[in-house]
Each structure stands twice: as C-alpha cells, then as structure tokens.
Write a protein that binds this ligand. Structure first.
Ligand code: SF4
Length: 332
C-alpha cells in the first residue's frame, strides 16, 4: 500500500507556502505525498524543526511564482525545493530540466500578473486624482518644495516612514543624481545617500572627480518603504503606483534646477523618468537628451554593487557605476 497523502491547506501567499514547505521538509514528506489546497483564513503551519539553506535565486523565483494565479504552483514549488534540498543543490542551473522550466514559466507568469496589477493601481490612483501633485506648490523654489513635501500624503508610504527625505544640493547644480528611495539610514537622518549605498556613491564620485557638494542628489520616491523582519527594517522596492504618485516631486525639483546632466541611479529612477521601455543593463551608460536635461543617462544604483555575490562581482558592478559616472563628470 502507498503512503497516505498529506493535505496541506494554506492561505495563498509565498510566506504561508514557505512555512508549510519547511514543515514538510522537516518531516521528510516527499512531494508525491502532498496535496496542496488554498483556503482563505487557513492557519500558518507549525514552526519547522529543522532549518534549510536554499539558493537565493530559488527564493526569488518562488516569490514571483507565488503571485501567479496557477493553482498548481504550490506543488510545483515544493517539488523543486525538495529536489534542491535532497537531490541536487545546483538544480536551477539545469535550465532544460522540466521542473526548472516549469518554475521559470510560473515566475514569468507571476511577474506579468504583478505588472498588470500595478498598472491598474496606477490607473486607479490617477483616476482618483491621487499622488503628490496636489501637494506640490506651483512655481516654488527648492526650500519651499522641501517644506511642502514634509506634508505629502500622496501615497501610503508616508504612514510608516520616519519622514520625507527630500533632495539635497544647490539649486545651481549642473548635475542631478536621482536614486530610488531613502534607505534605513537616510530615513532616520533625513538626507539622501548617507547609508552604505551612499558610501559607495561617494567613493565612485571621488574617483571620477565629481564633488558631491556641487551636485543635487535626490530620490524618485521620497519616503522609505520597508517591511519589519524582527527588529530590522528591510528595504522594499516601491510599487509602480508609488513611483507614479511621487513623480511630481522629482519633476518639480528638475524644473527648478534645469540640470545639464541628469543621472538616474538604478531601475526605479530610470523607470520614473525614462519610462517602462528603458532597460537598465541594456541602456546604461548611453547619453541622450530628455525633457529633463540635454544629457541624460542611467547607471546602476550603488546598492546594486553591495548586492554582488562576491568580491569579484562587486568590483565588476562598481566599475560599471564608475564608468557611467565618468560620463556625467565630463560635462562639469
Ligand atoms: S512617497 Fe512620495 S507621494 Fe508617497 S507620501 Fe511620500 S512624498 Fe508623497
């Protein structure tokens, strides 16, 4: 007689699946013996007795796949997880493996569905007249804009962050750098790029002989977005609707400064100012004219350097950042 099936009921979120999968792995229950069911209000799985380390890439794909509407995704995810833990840790490198292909297919579907949901959020926000626009005083100088931004409630991010972190630098700056959003340190200290990513940026600016005191540095989104993990605040990428909601502030900053050179640091800033078609790794380091500045370019966000897998990868990413910033420095 075959082993009895275990029925696992979960709320349809990545975190609930992850908790249940850990418990099943701890108990040594193979994927063939599990039936997954979604049930709103299902209690979380009990804490697993063992800890499993899996490649970060698997977690990234699993988070994306979890968003897909396919009811078979939980079983497919557990199948791959089981194989990684019990059979082949490098399974994901075998892109032709049918289970890996299915995982990638689900992740792509999840990304598409998330994108569609975000587009709808943007449309809803615009239809309801939301966003920062109504908080931006027309024709104001930078100091007035910064003061007005302190009161912005154009999207939900103001609720959890400590404060609005507005741009810093002289109104006469010829180069403007736009990052993504304040991080933990920036949120606490009310200044852009003063945390670990700021240290990378400062090092790169020094290398290309750009004096930060002469630049205007800001972010596409002015409030820190995070989730709590224990006592730590972990950065979350802003949603499309939040980027769109906040765009009126960066537009107002650029309208006052009228820079010669605009540098978007990272995909969020590029998306906010250069549109959805812009692909950072494909288009970085290319200089072109936009309505913001005659010389506009995009490069990596300095935090991407910190996320490099090892020293060699971090050095390679840092060199890309420096090479691109050098293009901004030639105009100064
Ligand atoms: S993130 Fe931007 S739009 Fe949202 S509340 Fe903050 S300043 Fe306003």
């Amino acid at each position: 007689m075959g082993a009895a099936m275990v029925t696992v009921e979960i709320e349809a979120t990545f975190e609930r699946w992850q908790a249940a999968a850990r418990a099943l792995l701890s108990d040594g229950i193979a994927p063939e013996g599990v039936e997954w069911r979604e049930r709103p209000g299902a209690p979380p799985a009990p804490r697993a007795s063992k800890f499993f380390r899996v490649p970060p890439r698997f977690l990234e794909l699993a988070r994306q796949a979890a968003i897909a509407g396919d009811p078979g995704r939980w079983a497919a995810l557990y199948d791959v997880l089981w194989r990684i833990v019990n059979e082949r840790r490098d399974l994901l490198e075998d892109r032709a493996h049918p289970k890996v292909r299915r995982l990638h297919g689900l992740a792509a579907q999840g990304r598409r569905e998330a994108e569609r949901a975000e587009q709808q959020d943007v449309l809803r926000m615009e239809a309801e007249g939301g966003g920062a626009a109504s908080f931006v005083p027309p024709g104001a100088d930078l100091a007035t804009l910064a003061a007005a931004a302190k009161r912005c409630q154009g999207c939900p991010l103001y609720r959890d962050a400590t404060q609005t972190v507005f741009g810093r630098g002289p109104a006469q700056a010829r180069v403007v750098l736009v990052g993504e959003q304040p991080g933990d340190q920036e949120d606490l200290r009310d200044a852009p790029f003063v945390g670990p990513a700021g240290e990378i940026l400062d090092r790169a600016l020094t290398e290309v002989h750009l004096d930060r005191a002469t630049l205007y540095v800001t972010n596409a989104v002015k409030h820190f977005k995070f989730v709590m993990r224990g006592k730590r605040r972990i950065h979350q990428t802003p949603r499309l609707s939040e980027i769109a909601a906040c765009r009126a502030w960066v537009e107002a900053e650029l309208a006052v400064i009228k820079p010669e050179t605009l540098v978007c640091l990272g995909a969020t800033a590029a998306r906010a100012l250069l549109g959805d078609e812009f692909r950072l790794m494909r288009d970085r380091g290319r200089v072109f004219a936009t309505r913001w500045a005659p010389r506009t370019l995009a490069t990596l966000h300095p935090s991407a350097v910190l996320r490099g897998e090892d020293d060699a990868a971090q050095e390679r990413l840092y060199r890309m950042l420096v090479d691109d910033l050098r293009l901004a420095a030639v105009a100064v």
